[in-house]
Ligand binder design. Structure first.
Ligand SMILES: *[C@@H]1O[C@H](CO)[C@@H](O)[C@H](O)[C@H]1NC(C)=O
Length: 245
C-alpha cells in the first residue's frame, strides 16, 4: 500500500506558539504521584475537550465545531487524484478521551480517543481509481465515519524557559480503526446518475477497503488537532504546572 500524504491548506491551525502564563481555567492539573493519575488525566481531559474544541484565543486555537479547511489535497498514490474544497469536519465534539499514558522517563505520551460520528461535508474533485474502480467527477460530498478508535502517540523533549521545563512535542503518530464509513459523492461521471449510484453503492459496500486508501485523509485531521492542542497547551504552561509533583 502506498504511504498517503494529505495536505491541509489555508488554516492557521498548525504550530502556533501561544504565550500565556497559566493554564486556562477549564484545564485542571493532575498529580503524578497520585495513584489515580491516569484516571485524573482522562477525567480532566474530557472536561477540557469541549472548551478546547470551541476554540481559545489565548491558546490561539480556532473554533473546531466545525473545523473548516479551504483545501485538502489527498495523495493516495499515482492512481488517484483527490482533493476537497471547503471541507467542513462536523462532529469533532463527539470525541472522547478513553485513556492517557504519560511516561516521564521515556518522554512519551499515548492518548486513546473515540469519536461517535464525524462527517466531512464539502466539495470533492476526483480523477483516478479506487481499488479497481474508475472514479471521475466533482461535486458535493459527504463522508461520514462512525465509531472510530484512535491511538495518538507522541514523543517529546523538554526545553527550559526562565528556569522552568516545558514539554516540546517531537514525533507523533496516529493509528485508527473505523467501524463503518458512509460515502456520498454527488455528480460523479458528469452527473450520470446510474453510474454514480452504482459507484456510491460499491464504495459503501466495501467501506473497509476504501478506507485503506482514503481513511487517512479523514483521520489526519485528528492528528493535526491533537498535535495543535499539545503544542498550544505545553508551550503555554510549564510541565510541572500541568502534571503536578
Ligand atoms: C451525511 O451522511 C450521513 C450518513 O449517511 C448522514 O447521516 C448525514 O445526515 C449526512 N449529512 C448531510 C449534511 O447530508
Amino acid at each position: 500500500m502506498n504511504k498517503m500524504f494529505t495536505t491541509f491548506a489555508g488554516i492557521s491551525l498548525v504550530l502556533v506558539t501561544a504565550v500565556v502564563a497559566e493554564l486556562p481555567p477549564y484545564i485542571k492539573p493532575c498529580s503524578r504521584s497520585s495513584p489515580d493519575f491516569k484516571k485524573c488525566c482522562v477525567n480532566h481531559g474530557n472536561e477540557a475537550l469541549p472548551a478546547l474544541l470551541k476554540g481559545d484565543n489565548r491558546l490561539k486555537l480556532p473554533s473546531m465545531t466545525p473545523l473548516t479547511f479551504p483545501k485538502v489535497e489527498v495523495n493516495a498514490g499515482p492512481n488517484l487524484k483527490l482533493s476537497f474544497n471547503d471541507a467542513n469536519f462536523y462532529g469533532l465534539e463527539t470525541i472522547q478521551l478513553l485513556d492517557m499514558d504519560v511516561d516521564f522517563g521515556q518522554q512519551t505520551m499515548e492518548v486513546k480517543l473515540k469519536s461517535d460520528r464525524i462527517s466531512v461535508i464539502g466539495q470533492y474533485d476526483v480523477d483516478g481509481k479506487i481499488m479497481v474502480l474508475p472514479l471521475t467527477g466533482k461535486g458535493p460530498e459527504n463522508i461520514t465515519i462512525i465509531n472510530t478508535d484512535f491511538v495518538y502517540k507522541m514523543t517529546y523533549t523538554t526545553t527550559v524557559k526562565n528556569g522552568k521545563a516545558y514539554v516540546k512535542p517531537a514525533k507523533d503518530d496516529l493509528k485508527w480503526k473505523i467501524a463503518k464509513a458512509y460515502f456520498q459523492l454527488d455528480n460523479l461521471f458528469n452527473g450520470n446518475v446510474q453510474m454514480g449510484d452504482n459507484v456510491n453503492k460499491f464504495l459503501n459496500d466495501n467501506d473497509q477497503d476504501v478506507l485503506k486508501e482514503l481513511g487517512g485523509a479523514v483521520t489526519e485531521v485528528i492528528r493535526i488537532i491533537a498535535r495543535t492542542v499539545a503544542d498550544a497547551l505545553f508551550s503555554s504552561t510549564p510541565l510541572d504546572e500541568i502534571f503536578l509533583a
